[in-house]
Design a protein around this ligand. Sequence first.
Ligand SMILES: Cc1cc2nc3c(=O)[nH]c(=O)nc-3n(C[C@H](O)[C@H](O)[C@H](O)COP(=O)(O)OP(=O)(O)OC[C@H]3O[C@@H](n4cnc5c(N)ncnc54)[C@H](O)[C@@H]3O)c2cc1C
Length: 345
Amino acid sequence: MIGQIVIVGAGQGGFQAAASLRQEGYDGRIILIGEEPEAPYQRPPLSKAYMKTGDAGQLALRPAAFYDTNAIELRKGTRVDAIDRRAQRIQIGDEDLAYDHLILATGTRNMRPPIAGLENTRDLRTLADAAALRDALARAERIGVIGGGFIGLEYAAVARAAGHHVTVAEAGARLMGRAVSSQMSDRFAQKHGEMGTDIRLASPVAAVTPDGMTLADGTQISADFVLLAAGVVPNVELALDAGLDVDNGIVVGNTLLTSDPSISVLGDCACFPDPATGRLVRLESVQAATDHARLIAKRLVTGDQSLIGPSLGSGRTNPIGNCRLRGLPKRPMQPKLCLMAPCCA
Ligand SMILES: Cc1cc2nc3c(=O)[nH]c(=O)nc-3n(C[C@H](O)[C@H](O)[C@H](O)COP(=O)(O)OP(=O)(O)OC[C@H]3O[C@@H](n4cnc5c(N)ncnc54)[C@H](O)[C@@H]3O)c2cc1C
C-alpha cells in the first residue's frame, strides 16, 4: 500500500478524499493541507442558508474530533507553494514535505474580468467572503451584482427577499447561459423579476465605483456595494509550474490520474474526459468533487481501475426553487435540456 498521501486543498473534495481513503481501509499517513483558516466546510450554504442566518456552526463537514479519530493530519491556513515531481516533495514556505501519492484538490477562485474599479467589488467564494457580505448587507439598501449565474442569482434572491433593491447585470443574452437551456433561463428571469429584482441582460459592466456600477451603454446603477459573480477560474498554477498538462483545469485521464502516475486531481480544478462524449470538461459541483474523491481513494487503496462516471444528478437548491442538473450536453449547450456544462472545452 502507498506510504504517505498528501492532499492539497481542504475543500469539499480534498476532505472527501481523506475520509474515503480511511473508509477504504488505508492505514498510511494522510496529510490534508488547506489555505483557508477553517477546517473543511460546505460552500453551497454560503449563498443560501448561511447568508440568511449567519450560522457558521452548521457548515463544518465534520466536527474537529473527526480528524484526530481518523488520523488525518489537517494543516489549516497553509499554502502549498510548489511541487517537485522528481523528488516527490511539496514546498510550503521553507519547509518541504514528501509524498508517495499527491492529490490536487485546489478548486477555483473568482474570475476577475477587465472591468475598471474592480477593487470596489466583493467576492463570494469563502466563508470569510460570505461573513463580510452579510455584514455589508446589514448596512446596505441598494446592491449591484455582476453576473447572472448561479451564485449571483442566489445572492440576489436572498438580498431581495430581505427587502433590498437588487440589480443584476449579466453580459450574456440570458441568465445562467453556461449551464441551463434558454427555457430555464427565461423561467429564472421571470421568477427573479416577479420578486422585484432588476435583471439587466446583455449588459456588460464597464466600471465599478464606490457608488455603484456603470454599464457599457453608459447607464449608471447606484449601489452601496457590488458583488462580483462573473464566474471562476481553476487553480492550476501548482500543476502548471510542475510541468503537468493544463487546459481549463489540470488535465487527467479517465481514472483522474495525471500524466504523472503519482499525482491525481479531483473536483473543480480537474479537466477530465466526459464519459459520454470524450470531450474534456470541468465541473463545478459538490457531486463531481465527492465522486472524484471516492474514485481516487478506491483506486489508491484497492487498485480498482474503475473509470470516471458521469457525476449526474448534481442538485442546486436555489433560494427561489430547486434546480436539478441532469448531465452534460452531447454537444455544447443543446436547447431543450436542463444541463450543466460550466466550462467545456
Ligand atoms: C457560494 C457558493 C455556492 C455554491 N453552491 C453550490 C450548490 O448549490 N451545489 C453544488 O453542487 N455546488 C455549489 N457550489 C460549488 C461547490 O462548492 C464546488 O463545486 C466544490 O466546493 C468543489 O470542491 P473542490 O474540493 O474541488 O474545491 P473547493 O471546495 O473550492 O476547495 C479547494 C480548496 O483548495 C484550497 N487551495 C487552493 N490552492 C491551494 C494551495 N496552493 N495550497 C493549499 N490550499 C489551496 C482553497 O483555499 C480551497 O479551500 C457553490 C460554490 C460557492 C462558492
